[in-house]
Write a protein that binds this ligand. Structure first.
Ligand SMILES: NC(=O)c1ccc[n+]([C@@H]2O[C@H](COP(=O)([O-])OP(=O)(O)OC[C@H]3O[C@@H](n4cnc5c(N)ncnc54)[C@H](O)[C@@H]3O)[C@@H](O)[C@H]2O)c1
Length: 461
């Protein structure tokens, strides 16, 4: 079966960029991305490409090429499903906040709702692709919902039939476009060979066949959780060693380089920092922990749980050491915070380490001046919550504005522009003795020291 029309439910950080690249690389396929959120769809349709709801380098150019040609954004969910040969489910799957599994299990209400919508609106044969990250065996639920509608032909058309595939997305925010254009691999799980080959026919238009992996459904679902668990584990591992470096006089950059030279370990993802953030790593490990508990594998659950705990500890540790270095109190002191997004080159702040670190400092009654090139003040306010009451912090437009009268500057996101900060200019208006806390190892420490600042860098003993 050759795919001519695709509908993607969910126009978020995954659905938007992924479908834009599919449309770009497959000019013969009409792709419609639908979402219930009118404001989000309006932003995707904004004639000004700098106003897209997701910031990703290169995304504006891809959307600019395809939108209106074979890429469409709409809130009209039902007709888009009805017209589609293939429907991607790319809805949010956050950690449950209440009920059974609260704090660990994924909340599958949006997956269930979108599967029900597909069951109701699809016509003829439809391939349903799980793009969201899901607990292993979710495809069973999706299949059960679709099976209940299978065979219906109420509108007089051909009876409905469905095939379900798992096709988790491995893009990383900040590099989504190159990750999608040249993926390390595309993973397709399923038990219907024709459906699998139909999806291979989409990716095969730009991804070499040896990079397209075919597995059973459960391996595919579990591989995504496992990949994120391993990535997060590497970050927690190097951050644990960073703390030991600070205590012993070792330097985590030298240790990372030395161990990364071993080809069995490899040099990537060994950068110490303020801990991992983003919507996925913590959520997916917690989900893994929940699943392990569900299957009675309590030791395995505890092992992965410790990766999340170490991450939270690292964030609190950084806030604590800022307070310690500033003579044990930050009450009423102005602290400049550079970077709020969870990583560079994204406007996404979900689970950003900056949130917890800023909240801890606000709890200590610090006055924060926060600068981020892509995060809005409204987003910061939402993330900081009640502890960020009015007057306790402000969003500023430049690093220079942030440091005026500050006792310290904290770098919490690795925006490339922070590597070239003009330290003599920034240090001048700070209150002395003043500190630079570089949690991302990006600043020019020699220049900061020469400008009279005391300096702390993560993992530098
Ligand atoms: N963000 C990432 O880097 C990333 C990477 C890989 C995988 N994932 C996974 O992809 C999935 C989506 O993540 P995201 O970051 O794009 O989430 P998101 O919250 O940015 O987007 C999800 C969108 O789905 C919409 N939606 C929910 N239910 C709907 C429905 N019934 N009909 C229409 N629209 C609906 C929401 O309004 C929202 O705009 C999650 O499972 C996530 O774990 C995310």
């Amino acid at each position: 079966m050759s795919i001519r029309t695709i509908c993607c439910i969910g126009a978020g950080y995954v659905g938007g960029p992924t479908m834009a690249v599919i449309a770009d690389r497959c000019p013969g396929i009409q792709v419609t991305v639908v979402d219930l959120n009118q404001a989000r769809i309006d932003a995707w349709n904004d004639p000004d490409l700098s106003k897209l709801p997701v910031y990703e380098p290169g995304l504006d150019a891809v959307v600019g090429r395809c939108r209106g040609r074979n890429l469409h954004f709409s809130t009209a969910v039902e007709p888009a499903i009805a017209a589609a040969d293939m429907v991607f489910l790319s809805v949010n799957t956050p950690t449950k906040t209440k009920g059974v599994g609260a704090g660990q299990a994924s909340d599958l209400r949006w997956i269930e709702a979108s599967a029900r919508q597909v069951a109701a609106c699809a016509q003829g044969h439809t391939i349903v692709v799980e793009k969201s990250t899901l607990p292993v065996r979710t495809a069973e639920t999706v299949q059960a919902i679709l099976s209940a509608a299978q065979g219906d032909g109420a509108s007089g058309g051909s009876p409905k039939t469905f095939a379900v595939l798992s096709n988790p997305e491995f893009l990383a925010e900040g590099t989504a476009i190159p990750d999608l254009e040249q993926p390390d691999r595309v993973l397709i799980g399923g038990d219907d060979p024709a459906a699998i080959e139909a999806l291979v026919g989409v990716y095969g238009q730009w991804v070499p066949d040896q990079r397209i992996l075919r597995t059973n459904l459960w391996s595919s679902e579990l591989s995504k959780l496992t990949a994120n668990a391993f990535l997060a584990q590497r970050i927690s591992s190097i951050n644990s060693i960073a703390a030991l470096c600070e205590a012993t006089g070792a330097d985590v950059q030298e240790v990372a380089h030395a161990i990364g030279a071993d080809s069995r370990i490899g040099g990537k993802f060994l950068k110490a920092g303020p801990g991992f953030g983003g919507s996925c790593l913590q959520k997916d490990i917690l989900n893994l922990v929940y699943l392990c508990g569900h299957y009675g594998l309590h030791e395995v659950a505890a092992y992965w749980q410790s990766v999340v705990e170490l991450n939270g500890w690292q964030q609190h540790r950084i806030a604590r050491l800022v307070v310690q270095r500033l003579f044990g109190t930050v009450t009423g002191k102005r602290l400049a915070v550079l970077g709020f997004a969870f990583k560079a080159d994204t406007n996404d702040t979900r689970e950003a380490p900056a949130i917890r670190i800023c909240q801890d400092l606000l709890e200590e009654s610090a006055q924060l001046a926060i600068y981020d090139p892509k995060v809005s003040a409204a987003q910061m306010a939402e993330d900081l919550g009640p502890v960020g009451q009015e007057g306790a912090w402000e969003a500023v437009g430049t690093p220079l504005e942030a440091v005026a009268g500050a006792d310290a500057v904290l770098i919490l996101t690795e925006w490339a522009s922070f590597a070239g900060l003009d330290w003599p200019q920034l240090a001048a208006p700070m209150r002395k003795p003043a500190w630079l806390f570089d949690a991302r190892s990006i600043a020019d420490l020699a220049a900061a020291r020469a400008a009279g600042l005391n300096v702390w860098r993560v993992g530098m003993g």
